[in-house]
Ligand binder design. Sequence first.
Ligand code: FAD
Ligand code: UDP
Length: 370
Amino acid sequence: MFDYLIVGAGFAGSVLAERLASQLNKKVLIIDKRNHTGGNAYDHYNEEGILVHKYGPHIFHTNSKEAFEYLSQFTAWRPYEHRVLASVDGQLVPIPINLDTINKLYGLSLTTFDVEGFFSSVAENVASVRTSEDVVVSRVGRELYEKFFRNYTRKQWGVDPSELDKSVTSRVPVRTNRDDRYFTDTYQAMPLHGYTAMFEKLLAHPNIKIMLNTAYQDIVDMIPFREMIYTGPVDEYFGYRYGKLPYRSLEFKHETLDKPVHLPAAVVNYPNEHAYTRITEFKYLTGQQHLKTSIVYEYPQAEGDPYYPVPRPENAAIYNRYKKLADATPAVHFVGRLATYKYYNMDQVVAQALTLFRKLSAAKSVQATE
Ligand code: FAD
Ligand code: UDP
């Protein structure tokens, strides 16, 4: 008898497996339908010996001391600050938009003070900022919105930014200084030996059994367990009773090139050209030295593995109906990006899993004293 069946060996499932096994001495079975642990953060050495991220670039950044210190028990880190260029009007310019972006794009030499004035002169007055279009036009006006955000977003999400929650484009700030880092979080680093090595350590506890290539539907009636932690898509768990929740998918096209460097930055975004949104060159992320280099192109798709919940009001309404069902199913705990339909980064999933663990351990100590 297992105390917990954990469905999904990504961040959500693996953090809970580790905590339950090591802190509460629970017997845990963690399963995944894929042939590896790590979920979408899985990385591996390809046939040329270059460390690549199978499901697209994963850059760790957080302001949460708790999440960073927790993961630091399972990995050493390589300090890494992410930088991205966007291909706009035939030039490669920094994104997030900053002072240098504006100067390069328009051939100017504005100061921070000037560029603040420039943004206020072009920003549109939006009474209530609700959508991903509102956010950008109210900060930098329509022209920059169209050059950097409109087409990228339509390509990535298959809908216009005016139909997406403001939270989507709000992820990308606008700066009037020359800071060209993609993130400004306190902790920015990559697992020194990769994500998969970190997951191996997370799951190394003797109380944890791992079963790969196994969908939970195939074993749920055969394996005895007390409670379940479910990190797959919530609509799938409930048999799509209220209809399918849209998840945006991607096709990843990996390539290895016979040269040491390909791009001038880790990532180049292509808002207005090509069917793909961006190209990533992994050696920038990992710091690996190699005579060849590996890159990945991301082609957005409607169908395929579920990668992104789509934040818009009608989807939140469907999710809320599933959430009511989830809340009424106390022996199953729903956690992670797919099971709670939240556009979460890795650190937010770690924090969510640690919060659930605290809740579970508090409930256990109440039971123990009763
Ligand atoms: P997942 O990693 O999706 O794990 C869920 C697991 O459940 C999967 O392995 C799946 O196979 C398994 N599963 C599902 N259904 C079943 C079933 N029925 N039976 C058995 N197993 C099942 N975050 C960052 O912080 N920084 C980044 O740079 C970043 N870049 C990203 C880039 C891309 C292209 C994508 C898609 C995501 C990115 N993220 C990034 C987000 C990050 O991937 C997630 O926050 C994190 O991986 C979510 O962990 P999770 O455990 O909730 O889900
Ligand atoms: N975005 C954009 N142009 C860019 C970068 C981002 O329009 O050059 C928008 C787009 O809608 C994207 C969102 O901002 O999906 C969030 O970007 P982020 O880089 O955080 O996406 P992720 O890495 O999660 O795919």
